[in-house]
Design a protein around this ligand. Structure first.
Ligand SMILES: Cc1cc2nc3c(=O)[nH]c(=O)nc-3n(C[C@H](O)[C@H](O)[C@H](O)COP(=O)(O)OP(=O)(O)OC[C@H]3O[C@@H](n4cnc5c(N)ncnc54)[C@H](O)[C@@H]3O)c2cc1C
Length: 439
């Protein structure tokens, strides 16, 4: 709810921070970090019990559970700027994937990165020879020019772009649908081709990785780079104005600038109607096992198009700290969230599918935890994806950042945070009316 029409009830104290940042996810933290580097004062108000937002990691029974399976693409330009990769000790995935298709696992490797798998990939039944040449052309196409230029190419759906490029329905259904569907969290591939080309470029230019101690390490590192007490937790904001916010306990805090750094749905609540955008949901099941179902750090994709699990991974094969010694952590990702679906029934279906893939050893898996995340990612169908719009400040004077304003990714969250800070610092400030007409 907006405070704009409300009279200011308190006077500003000189010790008050200049900037209040509502939300301590990666966008809010990067906004804070940029302000801090410029010598400005700020306070992050985080509604939950810790910073990190959607990229948090929970400790559970000796395991590290990311809040939904996710990866850091090391080529993200903003992550390179904001994070100290050396301290994160990233652990890398094997490039490519194992694709479950016609009852077997087939290796689909990136021949540029793993020439030793060239033959296996060339023989893979998941794609035709022509498809493999088209991948080479695609790689070339998405690597050209700056990211800005890439975002300005005409946007169609990802499915349309793949079809336009001549890819066969075989590779679309058995590789791209589970691979990209697992990234966009929607298997219909209705996400903007700009997002697709951005992601494809990031995979081509770097590695998929997990920080050694979990994805939450990124936020922990950012928090540590800020002055002590920069983040006030359990501080839920219920109203915002360009010069103050109100917390759910009734406290009102003044500031020279306010940045709304929430996820799209919560930003919508604070900014008022007309702001809302759709989200893509996901359900992630974690299991413990005494031995890993795959013995390498690789993503496993469901290319068969049946069964609830879209992709599977053994995070402890990538980064050992994800599981206690002698144990393995398995994550199985189901796309979408159906509020009416019973979780225990879904879990039984997941295990049944896994038994088809890995046999009776699955009977020994122990369920650890399930994360059901309806608002995992902002949906980004064309023409809504707006990295070209990039507003940092709404026309009511509130600054905004969050992944819904850029590519739905760690990179998008970080760059939008930096952009909001630079708006306040008046470095290339961009004032824009909001997509969807929100004020
Ligand atoms: C399951 C899953 C898989 C993903 N996979 C990947 C991946 O592989 N690679 C990738 O790059 N990205 C991935 N992402 C996306 C990535 O995690 C997000 O894009 C990024 O973390 C978003 O950061 P943010 O700061 O924009 O939003 P958030 O992380 O949502 O942060 C917003 C913060 O605002 C707080 N907040 C909200 N309302 C209020 C309020 N009223 N008052 C105070 N605080 C408030 C929230 O508690 C939260 O901490 C994935 C996300 C999920 C959930």
């Amino acid at each position: 709810m907006s405070l704009i029409d409300d009279p200011l009830s308190g006077n500003r104290n000189l010790s008050d921070p200049e900037v209040l940042i509502v939300g301590g996810g990666l966008a809010g933290l990067c906004c804070a970090r940029r302000l801090h580097d410029a010598g400005r004062t700020f306070l992050i108000l985080e509604g939950s019990d810790a910073a990190g937002g959607r990229a948090r990691t929970d400790r559970h029974d000796g395991f590290l559970l990311d809040r939904g399976f996710q990866v850091l693409l090391t080529a993200y330009p903003e992550a390179k700027q904001f994070l100290d990769y050396k301290a994160l000790q990233p652990k890398y995935f094997e490039p490519g994937a194992l694709v479950r298709y016609r009852g077997k696992f087939h290796r689909f490797a990136d021949p540029w990165r793993r020439p030793r798998h060239l033959l296996a990939t060339a023989l893979s039944p998941v794609a035709s020879f022509g498809d493999k040449l088209r991948i080479a052309r695609l790689r070339n196409r998405v690597g050209r020019g700056s990211l800005e230029q890439l975002y300005q190419r005409p946007a169609v759906t990802t499915l349309e772009r793949l079809q336009e490029q001549g890819f066969s329905s075989r590779i679309i259904d058995h590789f791209f649908r589970p691979f990209l569907g697992g990234i966009f969290l929607e298997p219909e591939l209705q996400t903007s081709s700009r997002m697709f080309e951005f992601v494809f470029r990031m995979f081509a230019e770097g590695d998929a990785a997990l920080p050694a101690q979990g994805m939450g390490q990124m936020a922990d590192q950012l928090v540590r780079s800020l002055p002590p007490d920069s983040v006030r937790i359990n501080a839920r904001v219920v109203q915002v104005a360009p010069d103050r916010v109100r917390l759910d306990n009734g406290d009102e805090l003044p500031a020279s600038h306010v940045v709304v750094a929430c996820d799209g749905p919560n930003a919508g609540e604070l900014m008022g109607s007309g702001f809302q955008r759709g989200t893509n949901g996901v359900t992630c099941f974690y299991f413990a096992a005494s031995r890993p179902p795959v013995d390498e750090p690789i993503l496993v994709l469901n290319g068969e198009g049946r069964g609830p699990v879209n992709n599977l991974c053994v995070p402890s094969q990538v980064a050992a700290a994800y599981a206690p010694a002698g144990r393995s952590l398995i994550s199985a990702t189901v796309l979408g969230v159906d509020a009416n679906e019973q979780l225990d029934k879904l879990q039984a279906d997941v295990l049944q599918q896994m038994k088809e893939w890995f046999g009776s050893e699955v009977d020994q898996w122990r369920h650890l935890k399930t994360y059901r995340i309806p608002g995992a990612l902002p949906s980004q169908e064309p023409p809504a994806l707006s990295p070209v719009v990039k507003p940092a400040v709404a026309d009511n004077g509130l600054y905004l950042c969050g992944d819904y304003l850029d590519t739905a990714s760690i990179q998008g969250a970080m760059i939008s945070g930096r952009r909001a800070a630079e708006g306040i610092l008046e470095v290339g400030v961009q004032t824009a009316a909001f997509p969807n007409g929100a004020k």
